[in-house]
Design a protein around this ligand. Structure first.
Ligand SMILES: Cc1cc2nc3c(=O)[nH]c(=O)nc-3n(C[C@H](O)[C@H](O)[C@H](O)COP(=O)(O)OP(=O)(O)OC[C@H]3O[C@@H](n4cnc5c(N)ncnc54)[C@H](O)[C@@H]3O)c2cc1C
Ligand code: FES
Length: 297
């Protein structure tokens, strides 16, 4: 059985220089970005495309990383980068759930926001080369995984079977619907969608996303899995993948905690012995499975 390379050591963001080299002032200062486009995805979810104010390229980033987006006069929040790593614009998909996200959803093309980042650990696209890949997404969790899917598809020949299992609340909540249809038409990517509650016009799967895992076409003993969604969904998906035979060391999850600094200064995002902003958000499942099964760690 082949082995998956170890992810970056905990605390060391992969693929970019350690932020210790940047001064505190530098990492806390948002760079102005202008909204090129704001697109409604569903009734409560929207996607912004951002470009640096004054031109120039966006900061390089890796799938799985996040930015701190600052809505001036309102607040700053962590949002994963959900676009194509090869695209020159920065893409973020956000669900409006509270103060900052609701204000952000009211912005328009031409408005300016602040961006700090990218921060955090990436999805293990390098470690997954040569393996089947199971991507398991719940709700808005598809957004951080979409950039991983772009990365997998850009180097499709480097991976075995690639399977996307996506669960959401109802057919109206399906994100990136047109893109999912396009992907479904490909012969080299399996896309399975399920909803918690169907509608009369819905003829697809009904049930939680974990119900898709047992029949998904990947070989468990050599598969790498990536999970993002609500914490309870992560927990049950991890258990179901292990039940199918995927080793915990090959399962990667993206965790969320409230954040302030995003660079390991303030401790706001503490998760057991880890800081999610610095040691995550992407963790190996065996590192966090015990923590994720308990509340308020
Ligand atoms: C690393 C990381 C990456 C993230 N990536 C994304 C992303 O790509 N897209 C995205 O939409 N969100 C993402 N989030 C979550 C996002 O940061 C929060 O939804 C946001 O901070 C909420 O801010 P707010 O001021 O709008 O809400 P608040 O005013 O802080 O909260 C309002 C209410 O909403 C509840 N709430 C807060 N967050 C959530 C949530 N996620 N789901 C449901 N209820 C919530 C709170 O409990 C509270 O009751 C990410 C979080 C982290 C840590
Ligand atoms: S948000 Fe400050 S330490 Fe993570």
């Amino acid at each position: 059985m082949s082995t998956v390379a170890e992810p970056p050591p905990v605390g060391m963001p992969a693929g970019r220089p350690p932020r210790a080299s940047a001064s505190a002032g530098e990492v806390m200062r948002p760079a102005l970005h202008r909204i090129r486009r704001l697109r409604r995805e569903t009734h409560d979810t929207f996607t912004v495309e951002l470009q640096p104010e004054g031109g120039g390229p966006c900061a390089p980033w890796l799938p799985g990383q996040f930015n701190m987006l600052y809505v001036f006069g309102v607040g700053e929040i962590p949002i994963s980068i959900s676009g194509d790593p090869q695209s020159p614009v920065l893409v973020h998909t956000t669900r409006a759930v509270g103060r900052v996200t609701n204000e952000m959803s009211a912005l328009r093309a031409g408005d300016v926001v602040g961006v700090r980042g990218p921060f955090g650990t990436p999805w293990p696209l390098e470690a997954a080369r040569g393996h089947d890949v199971a991507v398991v997404a719940g709700g808005i969790g598809l957004a951080p995984l979409r950039s991983a899917l772009y990365g997998l598809l850009a180097n499709r020949g480097d991976y075995g079977n690639v399977v996307l299992l996506y669960g959401t609340r109802s057919p109206q909540d399906i994100l990136y619907r047109h893109e999912l249809e396009r992907w479904r038409a490909r012969f080299d990517l399996e896309v399975h969608v399920t909803v918690d509650r169907g509608l009369p016009a819905w003829h697809g799967n009904v049930g939680v996303v974990t119900t898709l895992i047992h029949k998904a076409p990947f070989t468990p003993r050599q598969a790498v899995a990536m999970i993002c969604g609500p914490e309870v969904m992560i927990r049950y998906s991890g258990l179901e993948l292990q039940r199918r035979g995927v080793e915990a060391e090959r399962i990667y999850v993206s965790m969320e905690r409230n954040m302030k600094c995003a660079v390991g200064f303030c401790g706001h995002c503490q998760f057991g012995p880890y800081f999610v902003c610095r040691d995550g958000p992407v963790f190996r499942y065996d590192q966090v499975a015990d923590l994720a099964s308990r509340w308020e760690v």
